[in-house]
Design a protein around this ligand. Sequence first.
Ligand SMILES: Cc1cc2nc3c(=O)[nH]c(=O)nc-3n(C[C@H](O)[C@H](O)[C@H](O)COP(=O)(O)O)c2cc1C
Length: 595
Amino acid sequence: MSYKKHVLICGGTGCLSSKSAQISENIKGILKEKGMEDEVQVVLTGCFGFCEKGPIVKIMPENTFYVEVRPEHAARIVEEDLIKGEKIETLLYRDPVTKERIAEGENMEFYKKQQRIALRNCGLIDPENIEEYFGNRGYQALGKIITKQAPQDVINEVKLAGIRGRGGGGFPTGLKWQFALNNEADQKYVVCNADEGDPGAFMDRAILEGDPHSIVEAMAICGYATKASKGLVYIRAEYPLAIKRLKKAINDAKEYGLLGENILGTDFSFDIDIKYGAGAFVCGEETALIHSMEGERGEPTSKPPFPAEAGYWGKPTNVNNVETFANIPEIILNGGEWFKGIGTEKSSGTKVFALAGKINNVGLVEVPMGTKLREVIYEIGGGIKDGKKFKAVQTGGPSGGCLTEDDLDTPIDFDTLTSKGSMMGSGGMIVMDEDDCMVAVSKFYLDFTVEESCGKCTPCRIGNTRLYEILDKITKGKGTMEDLDLLRELSETIKDTSLCGLGQTSPNPVLSTLNKFWDEYVAHVTDKKCPAGACSDLIQYKINDKCIGCTACARVCPVSCISGKVKEKHIIDQEKCIKCGACYTTCKFNAIERG
Ligand SMILES: Cc1cc2nc3c(=O)[nH]c(=O)nc-3n(C[C@H](O)[C@H](O)[C@H](O)COP(=O)(O)O)c2cc1C
């Protein structure tokens, strides 16, 4: 079939929930009616990254980038674009600063500074079609190494690339593979960690949804390099689309002789199974993950022994993150030297971030290591929503910390983020504005870690609960200055004495906010005030004399606590008020005060 045009439609979880599959069906249906199905190919791809404005539809070869497309736009796309060759102005992205419509994705600020290596095929190929993966150099890296290289050569290339694990720890991948190769055993395993439980993180899910073959291929490469014959993907059952596409990729790879016995006629045999997680954050920790796969409770054990020595069923096991694996085929094909040339000296390559929170362009971004936080937040991310003031960005999820205005020119790499009191983590990046209370933010993360602690070790189980209780007290205006000292002391003890990375890092949000937003803690304790106006126990809404009695506030109040006659000043019953702020955001006359 020689198609004249291709319509690429985002088929990631986000856009599918906004009916992108229906857009695809509608376009296909209209093309069929017009007898054009042999001229235009319609492909449901993985995520384009620009989730803020999804569903995204891209027309190739012109590269036209349509945003916020709805199923009812299908007829216009066929008639105006595909048939008449005219761009549909109203579906083009409008730059919020210049107000100009931009026709091609590459010219949008969102994409200009990105470099897609791990996400190279997401938004480009049909993830359920192995031939499209072949068309983009798929399985060439595997073919190259198993026919031409020894395991040690492969590991040398990965070492040369300098890639560090993208799952949070940043451990050098080549070195890890070397340990697994050096440990002789009758059976070895390769595990792909696709648990991804950080709040706000969706990088690994998007890679599996958009390019599952890259993970299958990389695991086989790792199997060859470490002399393992069995691969396992540990993925949380909450990721059904990623699971469906991964299963299909594994089956198709088997059919093509790229998995299974004697791959491509060589002596190398490798197979992959899927293991499902039930959605526990701690099961992302590699030893807990291995116990969970063995059918045991998902609890960590202390290291050593490391999985590379004694992992799944006591056998040498190499565990890597999804994004780490996604880079491997490109490293093999382009060479370690090429990869090392991207990013910074000690953090080579790119990093994928799930950019979320109070940011204009929520989405999935991939940038070279060393890119500044300011570039990610203000250029790629388009700045803060509703013209509000930037307050902080949380990197590293519940294990990380907050970075402030002073840190905006920090280059993003493993070591710099750690030196600034945060960490790279797996790639969650949550932006906060002036309305976010940093005490409440650390309470939010502690709430998460208390829920997710497996309870095996006392510092994590009891210590985090006590930390949460103190933070709760402070947000309710009942904290004391001694509590602030206790927060710090307890945090340090939990970090020093917990069994696994969960407890060793869970106090980081508390410590980083104490260090960077001390005044905000003090205001809660001494003035009994929440400067951001977010802690409901410390705020009160009152109606002032600007009220003209329009009744808008009374109509939106969910507990009917606002009363007054039309065209007369209203009042709020403080006993009944639940401090939801609905009146405050609705009033157009600045008549509601928050104090
Ligand atoms: C509480 C906790 C949760 C973790 N969750 C994940 C996860 O979801 N995905 C992941 O790849 N690594 C996670 N890790 C890190 C893993 O233990 C391990 O270091 C990683 O999978 C190794 O792969 P990498 O070297 O490619 O980064 C977690 C660690 C801790 C302590």
